[in-house]
Design a protein around this ligand. Structure first.
Ligand code: NAP
Length: 262
């Protein structure tokens, strides 16, 4: 379909498959430098020599066990008392060693960004956070833009019909009357409008779909433009509609990020 940005992580349990698919594509002629691979762990599993972007997935350090991400009997993840700055300093060494071209963070709030920007040697290239019209992250975007840090939006169409959308009463973004009206006006789909809104405010988007027609739809964004009125109507939909609270994973930890407004 022409996508060139791959976002993965150890947590998604698909690095081996993605590595295999990439190698098939390289064998068919695509060059490594023509794809941008972001991950939150491993070169070995992906079978690559370097990552374009390596992200710290979460500010809280999880304990490693025989099981991936082990939980205690209260359903909370086992965590470690390792400060994210310690992890960041280790990641900086990977840039020095040429194993990763750029490093960044994910799910970091403004105070945590401030700490990395103040105490780190290398500036984070990216902060990857949940963002869609119901969770605009307007403060964080303004802060990161001023500091020259790119925001990447995950869940950019707010996981339509998911359990979390129901559990956290986020609702169905793709059926929102404002989004539907704007999409009808432009002859585009609600998902395309949500993605275009992010692109027009300089936010990178990483929609996920396993449906070929939607994968294509989500890439057809460059033949229309949202007006200023469209942009501000979408901005007003913000309602702190977070889907990914990582609530099983350490809400009591001092570095759990979502106590602060994004
Ligand atoms: N850093 C982090 O902590 C973090 C957390 C979560 C996600 N992420 C990243 O962000 C990516 C996207 O997030 P996400 O998958 O959670 O949420 P999302 O992209 O907002 O939503 C994915 C869901 O939307 C459906 N969908 C996709 N395109 C659609 C369209 N055009 N119309 C209607 N439905 C559509 C998909 O269904 P089908 O697949 O059935 O088509 C899938 O169920 C992930 O793949 C991952 O790389 C990062």
């Amino acid at each position: 379909m022409g996508y060139r940005h791959i976002d993965t992580a150890e947590y998604y349990r698909n690095e081996k498959e993605i590595g295999q698919a990439l190698h098939e594509t390289f064998a068919a002629g695509l060059k490594r430098e023509e794809v941008f691979v972001t991950s939150k762990r491993s070169l070995t599993d992906l079978g690559l020599d370097y990552l374009d972007l390596y992200l710290m997935h979460f500010p809280v350090a999880y304990a490693r066990g025989d099981n991936f991400l082990p939980f205690d009997d209260k359903g909370q993840a086992f965590t470690l008392d390792i400060h994210f700055m310690e992890t960041w300093k280790a990641m900086e060494k990977l840039v020095d060693a040429g194993l990763v071209k750029a490093i960044g963070v994910s799910n970091f709030n403004i105070s945590q960004m401030e700490e990395v920007l103040t105490n780190g040697r290398i500036k984070p290239a990216v902060n990857q956070v949940e963002s869609h019209p119901y969770l605009g992250c307007h403060r964080l975007l303004e802060y990161c833009t001023a500091k020259g840090v790119v925001i990447t939006a995950y869940c950019p169409i707010a996981r339509p019909g998911s359990q979390e959308a129901e559990e956290y009463k986020v609702g169905s973004l793709l059926e929102d009357p404002v989004i539907v009206e704007i999409s009808n006006k432009h002859g585009k789909t609600p998902a395309q409008v949500c993605l275009k809104w992010q692109i027009q405010r300089n936010v990178v988007v990483i929609p996920k779909s396993s449906t070929p027609a939607r994968i294509k739809e989500n890439s057809q964004l460059f033949d229309f433009e949202l007006s200023e009125d469209d942009m501000s109507a979408i901005n007003k939909l913000d309602k702190n509609g977070r889907l990914c609270w990582f609530s099983l994973a350490c809400t009591t930890h001092q570095h759990w990020p979502f106590d602060e407004e994004f």
